[in-house]
Ligand binder design. Structure first.
Ligand code: FES
Ligand SMILES: [Fe+2]
Length: 429
């Protein structure tokens, strides 16, 4: 029996005019397709690489290793306060400009200029080449021609994005579309207490997005998180979302749950009762300057009384979860090959006022880590069996509508990119 109304077409999938036939996962087990995704998606779309709080002052910087795009970028706040991004490549002989002990590891810090470790060429915070060691040994070098190569960088609601396509003409806000407009005004800047997880996952990047874009699996895969009585109840209930929505390449699911404190306290674990916190966050929601009813319109779009959280999937690899008890979670999926990726989960809370609040937040954060491990483990089991190619068509239910959308979006980006390339006249060599 349906708990929440569906669109007049009878299903979300048909409402969005998405095919209901079984789907192929060929796009998740092919090294060739992954190479095409790197070109068509990761070298062309806006990618979220961090938050402005990571760049608190002039000269603050961090680097990001974007394997899928074949790039390393430096993101820095300039002397004028602007956030900029550059390819992390020295113009002299191509050394990686900013790194610490291990060249492949990301780093961060504050500086007045970037100095190459190899021959000490120095670049200012705006990317201009400021110093060349033994400049007179060069052959009339014009320093203005050897600045760092800029990467497009823009900020939306404190989230810093880069776009590695020098020919990109779509501004970030336009790319992020309707959901982003409808989220604007949420006080992300007040949620500065951060807990971060990072894991190497043995699956295609899209498979992990799949696992967070549906909750059909939650009552089953994560049943160990609940007391036995609660697990049985949840399994019987199953899962239905309040609503789904799609906007171009992006999508969202609005969900019930997470209402704190739970109606039946006997159903939660002793530590959750003691700390008044759990998977859905601390039960005592902090003041963020707006009530649940006053949240921006894209959040809890159906204005449901039982709303618990929304998940926004910003294509390709940035997921934003906004929770009723006034905290936020982000997920990033950074491909490293067709069947591996790095997963990052970041929890954002209002800074705790005392030790008890800190413990409440830490319990929420570790509960998430536990969930994430359960998903990560399962994904490796899925990836290996998909790669066996024993089965090549999989039936997806209506609660898995966003998975169909994600995979068809990735495929259409690849298809369109190939078309563009075949239409571009070959240049004479
Ligand atoms: S490679 Fe950077 S100064 Fe030579
Ligand atoms: Fe899960």
């Amino acid at each position: 029996m349906a708990h929440f109304p569906k669109p007049s077409e009878g299903s979300w999938t048909e409402h969005f005019e998405i095919d209901t036939e079984p789907v192929s996962y060929a796009d998740s087990i092919s090294p060739e397709f992954y190479e095409q995704e790197r070109d068509a998606i990761f070298r062309r779309t806006w990618l979220n690489v961090g938050r402005v709080e990571q760049l608190p002052r002039k000269g603050s910087y961090f680097t990001r290793e974007l394997d899928a795009a074949g790039a390393s970028v430096i993101v820095v706040r300039g002397t004028d306060g602007e956030v900029r991004a550059f390819h992390n490549v020295c113009r002299h002989r191509g050394n990686k400009l900013v790194w610490d002990d291990y060249p492949r590891e990301e780093t961060k810090g504050t500086c007045r200029a970037f100095t190459c470790k190899y021959h000490a060429w120095r670049y200012d915070l705006e990317g201009k080449l400021a110093f060349v060691q033994q400049e007179s040994e060069f052959f009339g070098i014009d320093k203005s021609e050897y600045g760092l190569l800029a990467v497009q960088a823009e900020v939306w609601e404190g989230f810093v994005f880069v776009n590695l396509d020098p020919e990109n003409t779509t501004p970030l806000r336009e790319y992020l579309g309707r959901f982003a407009h409808g989220i604007e005004g949420y006080p992300f800047h007040k949620l500065t207490q951060v807990h971060k997880y990072r894991a190497e996952i043995g699956s295609n990047w899209k498979l992990f997005i799949d696992a967070f874009a549906e909750f059909y699996h939650a009552p089953i895969l994560h049943s160990g998180q609940y007391t036995a009585g609660e697990a049985a109840k949840i399994k019987k209930y199953g899962y239905e979302a309040l609503s789904y929505d799609i906007d171009g390449p992006h999508s969202m699911v609005s969900s019930w749950g997470g209402i704190a404190p739970p109606k039946e306290k006997a159903m939660v674990k002793p530590i959750e009762r003691a700390l008044r916190s759990g998977l859905f966050g601390p039960w005592d929601a902090p003041d963020i300057g707006m009530s649940t009813e006053e949240l921006p319109p894209a959040i809890n779009p159906t204005r449901s009384k039982v709303w618990g959280m929304d998940t926004f999937v910003f294509f390709p690899n940035f997921m934003l979860l906004i929770w009723r008890p006034n905290w936020v979670l982000t997920y990033h999926y950074w491909p490293t090959s067709y069947n591996t990726h790095i997963f990052e989960g970041t929890c954002y809370f209002v800074p705790p006022q005392n030790a008890f609040q800190r413990l409440q937040q830490e319990l929420a954060a570790v509960s998430f880590k536990e969930y994430g491990l359960q998903d990560g483990n399962t994904l490796e089991a899925t990836q290996t069996m998909l790669e066996s190619r024993t089965v090549d068509a999989f039936p997806l239910c209506d609660q898995e509508v966003l998975l169909r959308h994600l995979h068809s979006t990735a495929q259409s980006y690849v298809r369109r990119h190939q078309q563009r390339r075949s239409e571009t006249p070959a240049t004479a060599s």
